[in-house]
Design a protein around this ligand. Structure first.
Ligand SMILES: [Zn+2]
Ligand SMILES: [Zn+2]
Length: 261
């Protein structure tokens, strides 16, 4: 395999469409907050979870009806192409129907997780993949347990759709290195706050050392030297040991191309 940049990539697909559909419904089945899902090809369920064959056929028919109605009425009304329809049902749940690669994907579940899962599933069906920048593990349909609420969410989510916890940086499930959900390396930087604290503490330390130096030697040159030198050393020490914050490494131009591609 040739060297490829990290991040989102479009792939020459080896699998056939029913295998891809199965991958997607397997993924949806693992997520919390998804009631059921069905992928429809030409009016019939190609893959489904959370229900039996009979209900999958009913859901498939519903997906076709909703998509058709959206195409005929809504697209005409707003004069734009419609790729997805969301129907709100009770207690924060939705039924989402979206079209990608000639297939219809119907999901019922909690609103936020259903929206996110729909996007991930569509991009997967369209051939986009996200890989770990270190070990090339395919992260596209990986899952992740939210450290705050414990629910199973997509690895690619930046924010937990259930409790709102920011989960931007996490360990690759294969190699264990810290990455972002979109397959970026993570680097650590010291914050501006750390620099300000270090400068202030260094200054205070310098004044104290300078004063002590003057008291001990009564020589202003020695006192100033002790203050400046001591203050610098203290400041540097505090800055070097300051906590660092993780940030996503900026993508290279090649990565940007792969993402927009
Ligand atoms: Zn959570
Ligand atoms: Zn990895």
């Amino acid at each position: 395999m040739s060297e490829t940049p990290a991040g989102r990539e479009r792939l020459q697909e080896q699998k056939d469409i029913s295998e891809l559909a199965q991958d997607v419904t397997d993924f949806l089945n693992k997520l919390d907050g998804i009631e059921y899902s069905v992928i429809v090809s030409e009016g019939f369920p190609l893959a489904y979870t959370g229900m039996d064959q009979e209900r999958a056929e009913t859901a498939a028919a519903l997906a076709v009806d909703l998509a058709t109605a959206a195409e005929i009425y809504i697209a005409d009304l707003i004069n734009e192409e419609i790729n997805s329809v969301v129907v709100f049902v009770q207690s924060g749940r939705v039924i989402s129907v979206s079209r990608s690669k000639g297939l219809l994907l119907l999901i019922e579940g909690q609103r936020k997780i259903t929206e996110e899962a729909t996007q991930i599933a569509s991009s997967y069906l369209e051939g986009y993949r996200v890989y770990c920048p270190y070990c090339r593990h395919d992260l596209t349909l990986e899952i992740y347990k939210c450290p705050r609420c414990g629910r199973t969410i997509p690895f690619r989510s930046d924010v937990c759709p259930f409790c709102g916890r920011v989960v931007r940086f996490k360990k690759c499930p294969s190699c264990g290195r810290l990455i972002t959900g979109t397959g970026r390396k993570v680097e650590y930087i010291r914050t501006g706050e750390a620099a300000r604290i270090a400068a202030l503490e260094g200054f205070i330390g310098g004044v104290i050392l300078g004063s002590l130096g003057y008291i001990a030697t009564m020589n202003p040159i020695v006192a100033i030297a002790a203050g400046v030198l001591g203050g610098s050393v203290i400041g540097m020490f505090i800055y070097r040991n300051a906590p660092r914050e993780p940030i996503a490494k900026a993508p290279s131009t090649e990565e940007k191309k792969a993402e927009s591609g």
